[in-house]
Design a protein around this ligand. Structure first.
Ligand code: ATP
Ligand code: FE
Length: 332
């Protein structure tokens, strides 16, 4: 079966074609709106929606062309319907419904965070449940116990900013541009000096907090420390902190399989720390390929298809809508 996956939840217009018989992603086209939002130092919802509207059809056609498939070959359309910027979500969601309606094929709505959780498994034949999922993205930082494609228990999350948001805000404060994660990571890789001590936020259990780190960074800027030193120290503290919480979750649950996903899962120091964790704690960490770390249609197609199978191959009703925020456990 050829499945389409569409995501327009934030500032990337993404469409993928997934071949379920081969278990292979045939194309995964991502059009970034980076330039449109750059002057504002962050994503502007109305601009995002307008850009999606402009990009969705060409991106869709490019995905078909790269996959060498026709619209008539598509048998299922999967699309993100929550969470995200509503004007942005609606573009992809309406487009997906339109294709399904016109072609008399089912469509399946996908929770964006659920899609991130399964992004490390796109090329796997089999997923062993349960596993712990750590999602580290631009809008979320959560830890779950995931028991199947639609059964997640959130065991911990950030009480304030998301980790990706903290990377972006720190980069903005340091005048490093947007998005901040890749720039800070690059500086970190090139940095060889001493690290500054940043206070690790004290939050109970496996809950997390990142807004205090921002304040600590502001103080270091005021004290006149070099940008590179602040950026590298921030990355080290934020990642050590999140890995510490993950280690705690492993100890508390006894679960030895871990999925780590979302934009920040591209981080070089996080990946280094996770491989150390694998050795020390005798656990297996599943990470997405780099192209599936930030938003992409492939993870939506993969997750949507598996939900479709789980729901006895019945698509979602056309009356279903898109929503800015639905908690992970109450997905549909
Ligand atoms: P959400 O998935 O929570 O709705 P989103 O879709 O905007 O939010 P993603 O696309 O998953 O988030 O991730 C984007 C975030 O990842 C940004 O905050 C970006 O700075 C961060 N990021 C990307 N690459 C890196 C990196 N190498 N190191 C750290 N952070 C990174
Ligand atoms: Fe995302």
């Amino acid at each position: 079966m050829k499945v389409i996956g569409i995501d327009t939840s934030c500032d990337d217009t993404s469409v993928a074609v997934y071949d379920t018989d081969k278990g292979q992603v045939l194309s995964n086209i991502i059009s970034s709106q980076y330039e449109a939002h750059k002057p504002y130092g962050g994503v502007v919802p109305e601009i995002a929606a307008r850009e999606h509207l402009k990009n969705i059809e060409p991106v869709f056609l490019a995905a078909l062309e790269k996959a060498h498939v026709e619209v008539s070959d598509i048998e299922l359309v999967c699309v993100t319907n929550t969470p995200g910027l509503l004007p942005a979500l609606l573009v992809g969601f309406t487009f997906a419904k339109g294709i399904a309606f016109a072609r008399y094929i089912p469509f399946k709505a996908v929770h964006h965070i659920e899609a991130h959780i399964f992004s490390p498994f796109i090329k796997k034949q089999k997923i062993d449940f349960p596993f712990i999922a750590l999602v580290v993205s631009g809008g979320h930082t959560i830890l779950t116990i995931t028991r199947n494609f639609k059964n997640h228990t959130v065991i911990g999350k950030t009480v304030d900013d998301a980790i990706g948001e903290a990377f972006d805000k720190v980069a903005k404060m340091l005048g490093l541009g947007y998005p901040g994660g890749p720039v800070i990571d690059k500086i970190f890789k090139e940095y060889s000096g001493e690290y500054l001590e940043l206070p690790k936020p004290q939050v109970q259990g496996v809950s997390m907090s990142f807004s205090g780190l921002k304040t600590a960074v502001r103080r270091l800027i005021e004290k006149g420390h070099p940008k590179e030193q602040i950026a590298a120290s921030f990355q080290r503290t934020a990642i050590d902190y999140v890995v510490g919480k993950l280690r705690k979750a492993i100890k508390e649950t006894g679960i030895k399989r871990i999925s780590v996903s979302g934009g920040v899962s591209a981080n070089s120091y996080l990946r280094e720390k996770l491989s150390e964790l694998e050795e020390k704690e005798k656990v297996t960490v599943y990470l997405p390929d780099m192209e599936y770390t930030s938003d992409n249609g492939a993870m939506v197609a993969f997750t949507g298809y598996n939900l479709f199978k789980l729901d006895e191959e019945i698509g979602d009703p056309f009356t279903l809508n898109a929503y800015p925020s639905i908690p992970l456990t109450g997905v549909r």
